[in-house]
Design a protein around this ligand. Structure first.
Ligand code: NAD
Ligand code: TYD
Length: 350
């Protein structure tokens, strides 16, 4: 069936992969990318689909309720896939209020825009909220986050995402708004802004800069290739149970230091360096405050109910990611100029 879908944050890392998948896979859908183009949003991420007839871009901030009303009236979407967010934990520690505005108030603005447009006629409509596993807090050495795990966020980022998840569920329970949510583990892949661990370290290895490992480096994350997240979002949007939540993860836990050593090894091979060349850049630095020790997702529900599983191993996905960055150094140069330089100096000095 033909659909009109607004994807918020479609110019960001994950959003651009979701927009690309929907525009290319569903030629009869109308896909509207609604994005404010903050430092993290970049239309260069969408060059290959920007002239597709079923793709439209609307520059708007989800804090601007009048703009949202106009865009919702203009396109009359059947579906919203909401990815727009402030997404970086370290920035949330520096400026928590930005995260409250975009992640909490922006989400409520979108819920209101959908509720107003759909006027209680919810047949065929869906508000899909994309969230993170960080809302569940930190695990000890064992155990996994399931959809039943109690929320226990520790960073301003995860607290703001937790609040937004609660509002989405509240709009379902209070107003009957048809919603679905997913909580995903750490993504990596092409178009990832180089402030997050993997792209930052790829960029620093290219530029022979120190690799700042927080604390003892024994923090654990579950990593998922971004294109696998996009296929999961496609499945949840089309086949997920309304009112439901799906945990998405890579079944792929890595301690930061082991990941960094694998990254150094793959980079050295690709750059033709002697083994161990990039390892000397590893520098232990002061820990992140409130740093969650371990995240790990139990993705059994989405696997059993919707048949989803990751398509690549971490070694393959990481290798493809490094190749992409090495072939797209211009993209890296563009996104690491200007404001990013100032952020970098504030975070890491020099
Ligand atoms: P990102 O920071 O790369 O992109 C965010 C996008 O949202 C950008 O294009 C930005 O311009 C846009 N945006 C920000 N504030 C806006 C506003 N006020 N109005 C309109 N647009 C705005 O983020 P990402 O890593 O692609 O994450 C996308 C979503 O997925 C987020 O909701 C995030 O919480 C969630 N998530 C991310 C990860 C991850 O590992 N990156 C994992 C799980 C869930
Ligand atoms: P990050 O990519 O910021 O994702 P998140 O905080 O959402 O999990 O960080 C991943 C892990 O890498 C996390 O444990 C923090 C650590 N890290 C460093 O050790 N050094 C860095 O410079 C960054 C950005 C992250």
């Amino acid at each position: 069936m033909k659909k009109t879908i607004i994807i918020t944050g479609g110019a960001g890392f994950i959003g651009s992969h979701v927009a690309r998948l929907f525009v290319t896979k569903y030629a009869d859908y109308n896909i509207i990318n609604l994005d404010a183009l903050t430092y993290a949003g970049n239309l260069e991420n969408l060059r290959d689909i920007e002239s597709a007839s079923n793709y439209h871009f609307e520059k708007a901030n989800i804090l601007d309720t009048a703009a949202l009303e106009n865009i919702f009236l203009k396109y009359c979407p059947d579906g919203i896939i909401h990815l727009a967010a402030e997404s970086h934990v370290d920035r949330s520690i520096l400026s928590p209020l930005d995260f409250v505005y975009t992640n909490v108030i922006g989400t409520v603005n979108l819920l209101n825009a959908a509720k107003t447009l759909w006027k209680n006629n919810f047949e065929g409509k869906l508000f899909y909220h994309v969230s993170t596993d960080e809302v569940y807090g930190a695990l000890g050495d064992t155990g996994l986050f399931t959809e039943q795990t109690k929320y226990d966020p520790h960073s301003p980022y995860s607290a703001s995402k937790a609040a937004s998840d609660h509002f989405v569920r509240a709009y379902h329970d209070t107003y009957g708004l048809p919603v679905v949510l997913s909580n995903c583990s750490n993504n990596y892949g092409p178009f990832h802004f180089p402030e997050k661990l993997i792209p930052l370290f790829i960029n620093n290895i290219i530029n022979k800069k120190p690799l700042p490992v927080y604390g003892d480096g024994l923090y654990t994350r579950d990593w998922l290739f971004v294109k696998d997240h996009a296929t999961a979002i496609d499945l949840v949007f089309h086949k997920g149970k309304t009112g439901g939540t799906y945990n998405i993860g890579g079944f792929n836990e890595w301690k930061n230091i082991d990941l960094v050593k694998l990254l150094c090894k793959q980079m050295d091979e690709k750059l033709g360096n002697a083994p161990g060349t990039s390892d000397v850049l590893i520098t232990y630095v002061k820990d992140r405050p409130g740093h969650d020790r371990r995240y790990a997702i139990d993705a059994t529900k989405i696997n059993k109910e919707l048949g989803w599983k990751p398509s690549v191993t971490f070694e393959e996905g990481l290798s493809q990611t490094i190749d992409w960055y090495l072939q797209n150094e211009e993209w890296l140069k563009h996104v690491t100029s200007g404001a990013y330089q100032r952020y970098y100096v504030k975070m890491y000095g020099g």
